[in-house]
Design a protein around this ligand. Sequence first.
Ligand SMILES: *Cc1c(COP(=O)(O)O)cnc(C)c1O
Length: 429
Amino acid sequence: MSTPALRTSRTDLQEADKNDALAPFRERFSLPEDLIYLDGNSLGPHPVGAAERAAQVINEEWSNGLIRSWNDAGWFDMPSRLGDKLSKLIGGNAGETVVTDTTSLNLFKAIASAVRIQQQDAPERRVILTERDNFPTDIYIAEGISDFLNSVNAETNEHYEVRLIDEDLSLEQALDDSVAVLALSHVNYRTGAMWDMDAVTAAAHTAGALVIWDLAHAAGAVPVDLNGANADYAVGCTYKYLNGGPGSPAFIWVNARHQGRFWQPLTGWWSHAAPFEMADSYTAANDVRRFLCGTQPITSMAMVECGLDVALDADMGTVRDKSLALTDLFITLVDERCGEFGLELITPTNHAERGSHVSFRHPEGYAIIQALIGRGVIGDYREPEVLRFGITPLYLSYTDIWDAVEILRDILETRAWDVPAYRNRNAVT
Ligand SMILES: *Cc1c(COP(=O)(O)O)cnc(C)c1O
């Protein structure tokens, strides 16, 4: 088998690593030496200091401070304080974001309050528009809200529905005068395709819809400017590109113009105007804290700050430039080195349409990913047949990309994936 001509060499890439302004960030993560981690879009690695911070919460703030730590250690204010830090990464202002709950729950709150606003402004709009290719939880939550509203309104004709954009229904076609809310993922979790946030938000507003952006695969990965785009709501994860730790609390951003209009229906006491007055009926907090619900997982929340502090030290423009350089390199090398093995690129090559992960389709995708993991290159698999690789500029080098592709080529050439052990499906792929 002949080796295709290479446009770059490992030596060139070693040179690129020497000139990489982000290279020092690698030291800020605790990662095994002999591993190339291409899954930071699913679970970010451990920022140095996060374990110590968690130990401090447990051994000092909890053990010694006990209940006093709600005030003295700032536990109670953490959702807002961390929300203000996170806001800077997504083009939000102070007072527009809280770190809390899960992305799924925050989507519920965002969609429900956007629907409530529309019930007042444009009650004939009863469609929640999203896309078939969206992350499943986003579709399921929209269905849950629609089902609930319909069960409450069973006697009337006021039926809500979830409408899905797909290859048969474009965004332009779908955005008619029945749409109340458009909820999209900025970067698609499977393909890495990225919507133009400015253009889509403007089109939705022109059509009379409110817009919710899911930033799960965008926050910390690509520059996001929610206020610049004039978006309405946004939600996202902290355990992916923001490196907050497994299951760390998510975030919700609410444009200041909507904060005073409707509260979300999970009216727990943390969202109350005065939680410790223990009033016998609900009054929503007059700011973004009305999007909280109940008591937060403080140890996990404390670790979120460690990931945020790393992200805030990096210039997002530099991160984006390196992300595009690494994803371009990965796409080119896979094409040059693995071209004959039937991997089909499903990520857009156009920079403006690409997030920070790269995906390929292959009928044996699952087994190939298992074989890669066996060789110390961690990517992941998503149905149907998709091999997904997260390209994270803060701790990946140019030579990492080269080495990962060489291992991929070797696995494909030797068919090392073609053994029963690599076909056994784990619960989490
Ligand atoms: C990862 C991801 C989620 C995860 O939601 P959880 O509630 O944290 O499980 C939601 N939406 C998108 C688009 C995602 O990529």
